[in-house]
Design a protein around this ligand. Sequence first.
Ligand SMILES: NC(=O)c1ccc[n+]([C@@H]2O[C@H](COP(=O)([O-])OP(=O)(O)OC[C@H]3O[C@@H](n4cnc5c(N)ncnc54)[C@H](O)[C@@H]3O)[C@@H](O)[C@H]2O)c1
Ligand SMILES: [Zn+2]
Ligand SMILES: [Zn+2]
Length: 390
Amino acid sequence: MRAVVFGGTRTVSAEEVPDARIEEPSDVVVRVTSSAICGTDLHMYDGRTGAEPGMVLGHEALGVVESVGDAVRMVERGDRVVIPTHLYCGVCVNCARGLSAACLRVRSGGFGAAYGYAGMGCYRGAQAELLRVPFADANCVPVPGEPDDVFEDDFAMLPDAFVTGWHATELASVSAGAAVAVFGAGAVGLLSAYSALLKGAEEVYVVDHVPERLDKAAEIGATPVDFHEGDPVEQIRDLRRASGLPPGEEPMTGVDAGIDAVGFQADDRLRPGEENPTQVVGDLARLVNPAGHLGIIGVYAEKDLSPAPRGHTDGRLTVPWATLFAKGVSVRFGRTHDRRYTVLLRDLILAGRAHPGVVVTHHGPVEEAPALYRAFDRRADGVIKAVLRP
Ligand SMILES: NC(=O)c1ccc[n+]([C@@H]2O[C@H](COP(=O)([O-])OP(=O)(O)OC[C@H]3O[C@@H](n4cnc5c(N)ncnc54)[C@H](O)[C@@H]3O)[C@@H](O)[C@H]2O)c1
Ligand SMILES: [Zn+2]
Ligand SMILES: [Zn+2]
């Protein structure tokens, strides 16, 4: 089968690799129809996390079941299925609580796992014609319709980008009427903003500097904030003042909920071309209102193989703990619990309430992966979310 293979820093290629096949009776093999490229893939592409050359990348698959292991009961050949990124067993104590990113049975010596992801288990990547799906009864979310129908891009956002955006709003306790700031206007940040709006947030600001991404933020109903035009914290406070705060609430010019959808490879706003892994958390700590909430879903790597000057190889970062304490802010982190959200968000799509495919900008066969990765990595050519059609 054809697959996207990591070759070393900033190198991927479309190669022939052995077909995915049933290895355990609880597996299925899925023929992948859409497989998106994610900001997480870029952390590996940039040589920042320990991906080994030869690894098949990708973790965001939609497809059709091609073969079924003997122990599988809930899925049949021919079913159209979404495959959540963070695979899980479905029955351990954490899965039973819906905390599937902490599944106890999918990675020996650790918890939680993902496809095509350095340090997250031995599961081959999804940017390929075929994908082996373990614990298939738990990890195949059925969706109606036919490949390439009007829902293809919407469903292709369900394995990761949309559920992660929704999870961010849960971590940051976004509720109706909230003022929300999202840092990062990649697919994940945009779908965090989109989720906040679906939940009835009153004002949603999206901070980035890439023009096409800021335009997309406006298109989905958020207020774009360009950090090249000045301190985003002050820009958002000015916008909040200008919009008119209710009497007595004048000091609350910050936001109730802040979301970090950037992670450790954040741009340093004051040193163009440099990174600062604490830039976003520092800005959010300044911006969040007293008793507010932060949701951190941008990835922070435990081993950064090429840290920024103020970064740290083992992820021990200096953050304004005292500011967060003084304000009484809650801070929550982590990978999304796919088991909790995938079905809910699928149903919002089917009900016509959500259209997450709005963030998809590019499509291409596996052969175009090298060019799409290059453009995405540079945030060039308007690439926000590219979806491979293997
Ligand atoms: N927690 C999870 O389960 C989960 C799942 C998927 C992705 N992620 C992570 O979410 C993050 C975003 O993913 P994506 O696919 O949207 O990536 P992306 O690379 O497309 O988007 C990141 C955006 O952040 C912007 N940015 C950089 N520095 C900034 C700063 N200082 N302030 C504001 N914006 C800044 C960039 O310009 C870019 O547009 C990545 O770290 C990814 O690994 C986490
Ligand atoms: Zn992803
Ligand atoms: Zn489990």
